[in-house]
Design a protein around this ligand. Sequence first.
Ligand SMILES: Cc1cc2nc3c(=O)[nH]c(=O)nc-3n(C[C@H](O)[C@H](O)[C@H](O)COP(=O)(O)OP(=O)(O)OC[C@H]3O[C@@H](n4cnc5c(N)ncnc54)[C@H](O)[C@@H]3O)c2cc1C
Ligand SMILES: NC(=O)C1=CN([C@@H]2O[C@H](COP(=O)(O)OP(=O)(O)OC[C@H]3O[C@@H](n4cnc5c(N)ncnc54)[C@H](OP(=O)(O)O)[C@@H]3O)[C@@H](O)[C@H]2O)C=CC1
Ligand SMILES: O=C(O)C(=O)Cc1c[nH]c2ccccc12
Length: 424
Amino acid sequence: MENLFRLVDNDQDLFSRRCIWVNGPVIIGAGPSGLATAACLREQGVPFMVLERADCIASLWQRRTYDRLKLHLPKQFCQLPNLPFPQDFPEYPSKKQFIEYLESYATKFEINPRFNECVQSSRYDETSGLWRVKTAATCGSSRTEFEYICRWLVVATGENAECVMPEIEGLGEFKGDIVHAADYKSGENFKGKKVLVVGCGNSGMELSLDLCNHNASPSLVCRSSVHVLPREIFGISTFELASLIMQWLPLWLVDKLLLIFAWFVLGNIKNYGLRRPSQGPFQLKNTKGKTPVLDIGTLEKIRSGDIKVVPGIKRLSTNSVELVNGERHYVDAVVLATGYRSNVPSWLQEGEFFSKNGFPKSPFPNGWKGKSGLYAVGFTRKGLSGASSDAMKIAQDIGEVWKKETKQKKQRTTACHRRCISQF
Ligand SMILES: Cc1cc2nc3c(=O)[nH]c(=O)nc-3n(C[C@H](O)[C@H](O)[C@H](O)COP(=O)(O)OP(=O)(O)OC[C@H]3O[C@@H](n4cnc5c(N)ncnc54)[C@H](O)[C@@H]3O)c2cc1C
Ligand SMILES: NC(=O)C1=CN([C@@H]2O[C@H](COP(=O)(O)OP(=O)(O)OC[C@H]3O[C@@H](n4cnc5c(N)ncnc54)[C@H](OP(=O)(O)O)[C@@H]3O)[C@@H](O)[C@H]2O)C=CC1
Ligand SMILES: O=C(O)C(=O)Cc1c[nH]c2ccccc12
């Protein structure tokens, strides 16, 4: 195995624990962030090891997203460093195309993660000045524990590592199917059913549309406010337009302009039963991480009455929901589009760089580098382009130290050889 030096191997135990020295950084997570960092390190000539809990790369995209998903930002904002999307890809690649791209990315940069290894704990050992990363690998009924020892630790487990499961009174009593957006594949299974979609972020909006397109009847719970923007304004992607004018105008003004444009294209979203937050869409994304909804057709279905917007939930019972406005509706199934969270606090023993919510304390562009060789990639709340930007900085930073040290090591070895030779 490349880069590996086995220190201890006690296979005789009930379960086996192996201790492995990694020459170079350990990257936790083989999603786009981990892959981008690995590729940039490869370019710098730095060896690395990627640990992934799932059995494939980009598990969020391959296992935890719905069939008809497409990127909702244009492709130039979603490609990873050093490999553009193929020219024949559309402006908004499909999930299948994006996965294809990521697979070819991993092949091109020879990234071979160790799959089915979930990181359980990581801590910095002050005495040795090294990181100790413990994983549990399950293969069939056998369980192996590994401990990786390394100088650099790159956290790439993502902003969406775990599903947020809401506390809703009566959820346990509900007799119909309950699925989180991460386990929803298609509206196929919901034909003719009344489905309560909880949450009106991009997931809730898009899954409601998918349900509608499969002849189900969704009710979309919007308990608070939400920014909805058209995906395109006058033929230009809203995100691209915003990124362009951000170079000249302050964010609050960009937001004001976007809201005027959105009003022209979509009309007043109050007419759809939706309220806008008081803060503008991009300011809200930057300060609270709440992504504005980019509409791909849901509003049209709300206008036609195919999707019903409803207020917050008071309680669920065996087959119905009671809303905060007192209305009661019959429900066949519930889709929880209630979002995701980082899982870093559950396995990283560190309290200086990461805050309790599992995001680096310093916001973009300063949240990529901690102390003692700790790095974070993909926690910028700026999607894939934020991940690429982190990855390049991390690889550059580690690469500089690596090159300096390898040069010194080479010099020492040559000097040693000379000494050895001179002794003969
Ligand atoms: C439905 C959806 C659509 C999106 N669309 C876009 C878009 O169009 N454009 C855009 O810019 N952004 C989009 N995003 C944002 C999204 O965050 C990025 O697309 C991207 O997946 C982030 O990459 P990542 O590698 O940081 O995280 P992830 O893709 O989540 O990868 C993290 C990896 O770490 C692994 N992992 C987690 N914990 C552990 C552990 N303890 N041990 C080992 N491995 C672990 C996970 O299994 C996973 O494979 C979307 C997000 C979602 C949920
Ligand atoms: N095509 C694409 O590219 C897609 C991209 N995405 C991205 O994935 C990420 C995650 O999006 P998403 O899954 O929508 O998560 P979000 O965190 O964006 O939205 C979660 C929603 O759930 C609501 N919610 C949470 N708990 C409750 C509750 N108890 N009762 C009622 N409502 C509740 C929240 O309301 P409140 O605001 O009141 O807390 C919010 O509206 C985003 O960055 C998004 O852009 C998602 C889907 C498609
Ligand atoms: O889709 C997502 O989750 C993203 O994070 C992509 C994204 C980054 N910045 C944005 C601003 C508006 C809409 C989407 C994004």
